[in-house]
Every structure is written in C-alpha cells, then in structure tokens.
Design a protein around this ligand. Structure first.
Ligand code: NAD
Length: 310
C-alpha cells in the first residue's frame, strides 16, 4: 500500500484523486488546503491528517519521513500557477508527484523540474487523462497504421459554459490559470499531439476571456479549434434540449464519439502511474509549448478559421 499526501484538498477535482487513491487500494495520510471546506475527506479517508498552513503540512511530512514513514506520492490539485512550486516540494520531500493539468504555464518551468528530478531521483507524473481514454487510444493506433504523409481535416469545438463565478476566481485570471486556452484547451491540445504527431503550425484567431480559437497543424492533421465558456456559444438546438455543454471533434467530417468512458479516467491514470507507466515531464512539453504560444501570440482573423469564429 502506497502512502499519499494531497495538496488542494478542498477543490473541485480533489475528490477524483481521493477516489483514485482509494480505488487503487492506497492510503491518503495527509492533506493541505488553505480553505477548510474539506468534509469530503471523511467519505474517503477519515483518518487523514489535515492542514490549512503549508508550514505545518511540511513539518508533518518531514517528521513522517524521518520516522521512516514518509509519503510515496504527493497529489497536486492546486491552482495552475502553483503546480511547479508544489512539485518541487513533493520531490524534495522524497516523494513522487502526481500533478493535475496543465503541468505548468510555460515550457521553461519544465526545465527546472527536470533538474530537480535528477537531483532527487524522484519523478513527476501528470494527469493527461484523455491519453488513457479508449476512443482516443483507438484513434491514435488507427492513425499510426496509416501512410506517413496522410493529413486529416479536424474540427474541434468545445463549449463548456461556466457561470459568473469563473471570471472572479483564479481560473479567470490569466496569470494564475493561463487563460481559457491553457486551462480548458490543454487537454485537447495534448490529445491532438498524442494522436496526430508533432506540432508544425500554431495560429490564433480569437483570444478573449471567455472564448478562444485558432488553427493548429500537426504531422497528420490540420485542425480548426474553438473553445468557449459562454453559454451563448452553445448551439440553440442543444440549449433547447437543456444542455450547457457542446463537444464535437470531427475527423474528415466524421464525429469521434468519446462522450462515454470519461468518469474513471483519474483512476485509470493512477493505475498507470502506480505500474510505472505514468506520463512524465517531457510528455507534457508540446502541449505546454502550444498553450504558451497561444497565450502570447497576437490574435488575427483570416486563414483557416473555425466556422464558429464570427
Ligand atoms: P478549485 O479552485 O476548485 O480547487 C483548488 C484548490 O486549491 C482550492 O481548494 C484552493 O483553496 C486550493 N489552494 C489554493 N492555493 C493553495 C495553496 N497555496 N496550497 C494548497 N492549496 C491551495 O480548482 P479545481 O477545479 O479543483 O482545479 C485544481 C487543479 O485541477 C487545476 O490545476 C485544474 O486545472 C485541474 N483540473 C483538472 C481537471 C481534469 O479533468 N483533469 C478538471 C478540473 C480541474
């Protein structure tokens, strides 16, 4: 049984990590969050120690380590801009890290982490859950079997409406979340690279607080993408059916069906990590370079725009 600590225990995604630790028959021994709304811990690990101050959490983990009882993994569910610091803490504490997406906001943050991996002999693992989604792995295998010069036409549309709270929270602050293309899009940009190979071109057509769009070219695909958290972008027929989310990925006009099989992808990711097959720092580099470029590029209309860009 492996021993875990968790950073960011009071947030939205933390219960998925607690569930994954439990489903893989491991133990959560300590958790940290400056916010103490963490009653959810009782549903999973009622014996876990909890801290609202980093220094006390650090002291506790250090004591466990010196007593030969240290934690094996630190799971990181904190806001995006804190990930690199929390990963450094995990590695220096003698544990491996399991970090939520996006791993970091900028590619050069990866270089510093690589050095700390070498110094400590510990590893960073990341949650790239679409890489373990059965529909995505099947599509990747299909593309790998095709002739090397084949290029597909892909349209990616993801509208996941969020209330007014979003822009007031850290998720709405570009310096903390990286903005919508980083915070929401990184899943898909990593998936596109995973399926279609190396990134060759990256153009931005739209960059707003609630919407972003652009064009990406990979070895095996030309991709028009559109992301939004604005309910007004959900097509009216979908809204009329009471839906607040619209997700579509078409490859050469054919819809890729992957709405099922989403629920236990954190547990699947943990199983892979525990078996020594976790995705590490370098596997994140292309997606982080992609979102960093999108964040810093000048948005210009023209070229191969997604049809939702008005
Ligand atoms: P959230 O705001 O609900 O939770 C973040 C938590 O971190 C909060 O409880 C907050 O109090 C805590 N926190 C803030 N500063 C901290 C600090 N210095 N030390 C420790 N904890 C601190 O956000 P969320 O939606 O749970 O997102 C958390 C992470 O998970 C983000 O990186 C996000 O991108 C990622 N996420 C991943 C998925 C996925 O599908 N893989 C989905 C949602 C979010």
């Amino acid at each position: 049984m492996k021993r875990f600590a968790l950073i960011g225990a009071a947030g939205y995604i933390a219960p998925r990590h607690m569930g994954a630790i439990r489903s893989t028959q491991n133990d959560l021994v300590a958790a940290l969050d400056p916010n103490d709304s963490v009653g959810i811990i009782d549903s999973h690990f009622p014996e876990a120690d909890f801290f609202t101050e980093f220094e006390r959490f650090d002291r506790h983990l250090d004591k466990l380590r010196r007593n030969g009882n240290g934690v094996d993994y630190v799971s990181i569910c904190s806001p995006n801009y804190l990930h690199d610091s929390h990963m450094r803490f995990a590695l220096r504490s003698g544990a491996d890290a399991i970090c939520e997406k996006p791993l970091v906001l900028n590619p050069w943050n990866i270089d510093g982490l690589t050095e700390i991996e070498k110094d400590t002999g510990r590893k960073v693992n990341t949650i790239l859950q679409l890489r373990v989604h059965p529909a995505i792995t099947e599509l990747r295998e299909r593309i790998l079997r095709e002739p090397k010069d084949k290029k597909h036409e892909v349209d990616l549309t993801y509208i996941t409406s969020r209330g007014h709270w979003y822009l007031q929270s850290w998720k709405g602050a570009e310096k903390k979340s990286g903005g919508i293309a980083t915070n929401i899009g990184v899943h898909f940009f990593d998936m596109l690279h995973f399926i279609f190979g190396e990134l060759q071109e990256n153009k931005v057509h739209l960059a707003e607080d609630t919407r972003a769009a652009g064009y990406l070219e990979y070895e095996h695909a030309r991709v028009r993408w559109f992301l939004s958290i604005d309910i007004n972008d959900v097509p009216s027929s979908v809204r009329a059916a009471g839906q607040r989310t619209f997700r579509s990925i078409t490859v050469d006009g054919h819809e890729i069906e992957f709405s099922g099989g989403f629920t236990d992808l954190h547990t699947r990711s943990y199983e892979e990590i525990l078996a020594g097959r976790g995705f590490g720092l370098e596997e994140n580099r292309v997606a982080i370079e992609t979102v960093s470029h999108i964040r810093n590029a000048e948005a210009r209309s023209g070229g191969e725009q997604h049809p939702f860009v008005s």
